[in-house]
Design a protein around this ligand. Sequence first.
Ligand SMILES: *Cc1c(COP(=O)(O)O)cnc(C)c1O
Length: 365
Amino acid sequence: MAIKNSNITESAYIHNFNAGPSILPREVIDKASEAILNFNNSGLSILEIGHRTPLFESVMEEARSLVRELMDLDEDHEVLFLHGGATTQFMQVPMNLLNEKDTAAYADTGVWSTKAIKEARLFGNAEIVCSSKESSFNFIPKDFAVPSDSKYFHITTNNTIYGTQWQKIPETSVPLIADMSSDIFSRKLNFNSFALIYAGAQKNMGAAGVNLLVVNKNILGKVNRAIPSIMDYRNHIKEKSMLNTPPVFAVFVSLLTLRWIKENGGVDSFEKRNTQKAELLYSAIDKSNLFNATTVKEDRSKMNVCFVMDDKEMEKKFLEFATENNIYGIKGHRLVGGFRASLYNALPYSSVEYLVEKMEEFEES
Ligand SMILES: *Cc1c(COP(=O)(O)O)cnc(C)c1O
């Protein structure tokens, strides 16, 4: 049986632009497969070893220390791998940081921000200090103020669904918290300037089921509610991210990706590559008479490129044409329509060249 999957087939290479779970480096898939059969020559599968064994403890420790190294973190910041998706953090963040009478500031830049706001309101007050909702989330707000008595300010650095990205991280006097699910490790930032960063792994880092969390430990321990043990970041820090059984395989896949990022020049190097890929695709869209970008130019995401056509029937035809040509995952999110090409770290430049070629071919035909 022919396997039809991302970069796995030998015969037909599939260009995987999926938004998430998304493309991983071929090397990571190979090594993850080997580890399922025989992990580190132990004769056991990674799926059947105890998590409190030297075999797995070294996976967790290396993964945490690689995050520290790639993000250039200081001693105040702790690195955790937690269960669940970014959605879990929508509630875990306010549970740990927001008292019932307190207010946190939120930027409302898309569906994921909106969901984070909704969850925060279960624990305290969440004030929307800026929003791009009125214009279908097609830009990043610029002029706004964060009240100085806010407990924290929450942003979504890359809006996966709408294709906008904070190109400049706002400076605030209050602790800054970011959902970086879809642009983690894609560009260089001063990560120490964040009080807390979280990211579901399945966009740019690994397999679904694990969350990366980076937290400045000085902001913890200030709420007066009782926090369930498994939800309390301090317990996870104390237990070195091994409070209970971690999602072993998902952590291992993240480790493989982190090693791959390091071997390929680190975050700086991926920022350059991601910029080149995005420039190539956006300039093709801007040149085209058929395709139109959906977002304001200066806020365009380098990770998720959203574009549409005026003619919805023609959109259907292009989608079919793309599928016939082994282009996978470019259907836009149902809220935006049209197309979305995700250009995560593992997507090669050649796939973007190929997509652009096919867009031009379609336009000419
Ligand atoms: C995908 C995504 C989420 C949700 O992640 P889950 O792992 O499905 O909970 C949250 N925020 C952003 C920015 C995302 O891209």
